[in-house]
Design a protein around this ligand. Structure first.
Ligand code: PMP
Length: 280
């Protein structure tokens, strides 16, 4: 696997950054994960726009113009022989000469990128769906910024694993917001529901694609302010969406079956629409 670090392409296991890098010391950095289908990025412009928004949110200046990012990503995919991949990009505030909470003034951002293979989803997951739990959201407030400050996400995901589930759906102030690495949808009274975007939700690229498909297909849908855990528990279908997983059906929530306890008909339809869109 070939990685990119600050202008150089090199084997991933030789890629290095400084221990003084603020991404390492403070999680002072942002990232993107872009799915690649047969060598082609899905919604690259949207991912690069969100990267720019995340950088602006942390007052890190974007080290590259859109065209340079596009070339960098294409070169990295080429260097890794294309195929079905996830491109990971991380931009940190950089590595100043000393550790200091205060933002440094003259430091160049660190840019790291590499690819991971992105195989077909597990057949059992497609057939049976996944389990999820609801879990208190202990993340910082600005979750719409895709920062690498992911410890709360990691610990909540591990709480899910400890209960035999795959994803934790995060609840704050009585509202289900999103998963630890996914957005959440529910089918309630035959309508597709998702929490409306706010500062505590990442504007998922897959989420946007699902809403676009719902509009195009005439599927009744609504972005709502408060999706309560009780309303979610009564849904006939629950889905999670993300760039690496597309759309997964959640068939058990907190140990109880969701609807009929099987991936639902709207999920089947949405999944095939999303895959068609990704392969366009
Ligand atoms: N929410 C969170 C917290 C995430 O980490 C992710 C995955 N990056 C998502 C939502 C889904 O976003 P996307 O569809 O852009 O991958």
């Amino acid at each position: 696997a070939i990685a990119y670090v600050n202008g150089d392409f090199l084997p991933l296991d030789e890629a290095r950054i400084s221990v003084l890098d603020r991404g390492f010391l403070f999680s002072d950095s942002v990232y993107e994960v872009i799915p690649v289908y047969a060598g082609h990025c899905f919604r690259l412009a949207e991912h690069l726009q969100r990267l720019d928004d995340s950088l602006a949110g942390l007052r890190i200046s974007n080290p590259h113009a859109l065209s340079a990012w596009t070339e960098l990503v294409a070169a990295l995919i080429d260097a890794n022989d294309g195929g079905d991949l996830s491109v990971y990009i991380q931009v940190t505030r950089g590595a100043p000469p000393r550790r200091d909470h205060r933002l440094p003034s003259d430091v160049a951002p660190t840019v790291v990128a590499f690819c991971q293979s992105r195989g077909e989803p597990d057949a059992a997951v497609m057939r049976d769906g996944i389990g999820a739990i609801t879990h208190v959201d202990t993340r910082w407030h600005y979750c719409s910024i895709k920062s690498t400050s992911l410890l709360a996400n990691v610990m909540a995901a591990d709480a899910a694993r400890a209960e035999g589930a795959t994803e934790a759906l995060l609840v704050r102030d009585g509202a289900v917001l999103e998963g630890t690495s996914s957005n959440v949808f529910a089918v309630i009274d035959d309508r597709l529901i998702t929490p409306a975007l706010r500062e505590t939700i990442l504007p998922g690229i897959t989420r946007a694609a699902v809403l676009e498909i719902a509009t195009r297909e005439g599927i009744g849908h609504q972005e709502i302010d408060t999706l309560t855990p009780a309303a979610l528990a009564g849904a006939s279908e629950i889905w999670i969406t993300s760039s690496t997983r597309e759309v997964f059906a959640v068939t058990r929530l907190d140990g109880k079956p969701v609807g009929a306890g099987r991936p639902g008909p709207l999920w089947t339809r949405m999944r095939s629409c999303l895959q068609a869109m990704a392969h366009e």
